[in-house]
Design a protein around this ligand. Sequence first.
Ligand SMILES: *[C@@H]1O[C@H](CO)[C@@H](O)[C@H](O)[C@H]1NC(C)=O
Ligand SMILES: *[C@@H]1O[C@H](CO)[C@@H](O)[C@H](O)[C@H]1NC(C)=O
Ligand SMILES: *[C@@H]1O[C@H](CO)[C@@H](O)[C@H](O)[C@H]1NC(C)=O
Ligand SMILES: *[C@@H]1O[C@H](CO)[C@@H](O)[C@H](O)[C@H]1NC(C)=O
Ligand SMILES: *[C@@H]1O[C@H](CO)[C@@H](O)[C@H](O)[C@H]1NC(C)=O
Length: 362
Amino acid sequence: MVSVKLLLSLGASLALASPISPPPNSLLLTRDVAQFNASHPNITIFATGGTIAGSAGSSDQTTGYQAGALGVDILIKAVPQLWNVSNPTGVQFANVGSSEITPAILLNLTRLVQQELDKPECQGVVVTHGTDTLEETAFFLDVTLRTEKPVVVVGAMRPATAISADGPINLLEAVTVAASPAARGRGVMVVLNDRIASAYYTTKTQANAPDTFKSYEQGFLGYLLNIKPIFYFSPALPVGKPYFNVTETAAELLPQVDILYGYQGLDPKLAAAAVAGGARGLVCTGMGAGSWTAPGQQALARLITEHGTAVVFSRRTMDGYVGSRQVGYGAGFLNPQKARYTLMLALSAGYGDEQMRTLFES
Ligand SMILES: *[C@@H]1O[C@H](CO)[C@@H](O)[C@H](O)[C@H]1NC(C)=O
Ligand SMILES: *[C@@H]1O[C@H](CO)[C@@H](O)[C@H](O)[C@H]1NC(C)=O
Ligand SMILES: *[C@@H]1O[C@H](CO)[C@@H](O)[C@H](O)[C@H]1NC(C)=O
Ligand SMILES: *[C@@H]1O[C@H](CO)[C@@H](O)[C@H](O)[C@H]1NC(C)=O
Ligand SMILES: *[C@@H]1O[C@H](CO)[C@@H](O)[C@H](O)[C@H]1NC(C)=O
């Protein structure tokens, strides 16, 4: 069978639609024309790198490998079954380990994904990503995209070269979910290890094992059985999920927000050091339901008064709610890394005290 591979530079078409232009060299759109099936949904896969594109020296190596070694073409070629459920198109957005992803990169990514979703000929989007910060990207996309179409973030815990690599099945499951009409109207989802989860709540719970993305309290949205999605509930969005329009937000307008960790005898000076280093906001990973030491709270209260620092308290426990407090805001159900992006976006949108309280605590 002759397969014609078409490489189209996205540059021209995307530049027309938006004030930003795509990063040079990194945006190639691949579509296998020979396998195009008009009755299948068109799914665009934005590849960012990570273990799912990782390569190691031997099949028993599942740590210490090079993340982001394989291109999106290779990922798609490795799973021909993608063509059974979709017309996949690959966009090589980046190819890095997920610890290299920055807020500025996410701004570019969310705009490109929104542009793609706004096209009538696109039925859904998949983002491949390293798992270490996958939940941050998935959350950022969830609160900055406006769409009914499915958006699925996917990764792998084992590199492509490992025995029992999980990347190919995870990618097929992610594309299958993105191509499924039943997946519409559910916000951004995370698909790994046969589970479908809401990006808003899901967190990485295990450093090494494939069964790692979970939201213990809110649970999963569904399951994949024989690579067919089965949803437990009708489409719904998390209660109180905000939307931030970042179409015209310049990267410099996303302020620095740092995360501090709570522990016995914590050093109150770290908060002032963060603010001196440029932080406009702080997320405190509180003990229990957000508690902080008395000297630590005094230091924070001073920063709020003297520098207008925005302070949000989350928790170092896996789950739970942090409510309103005398100093700063409680993060509600958000974990520190999700509270951080929420605070960055709220600060850049110019939220005042009352709006912050409503955003975090209700
Ligand atoms: C975002 O996209 C713009 C426009 O293509 C580019 O100049 C900039 O370097 C990108 N930023 C990052 C962090 O990739
Ligand atoms: C196109 O997709 C439809 C629905 O999945 C399937 O029945 C049909 O066989 C496909 N056509 C080809 C040429 O593969
Ligand atoms: C699925 O894809 C595989 C590999 O391309 C192909 O051999 C198989 O016939 C396809 N199955 C269906 C049901 O289309
Ligand atoms: C899929 O993409 C092709 C090529 O851009 C387009 O002709 C077709 O209408 C699209 N399919 C759907 C269902 O939008
Ligand atoms: C976001 O803002 C842009 C212009 O800044 C506007 O064109 C677009 O419609 C807005 N999107 C939504 C969903 O409000």
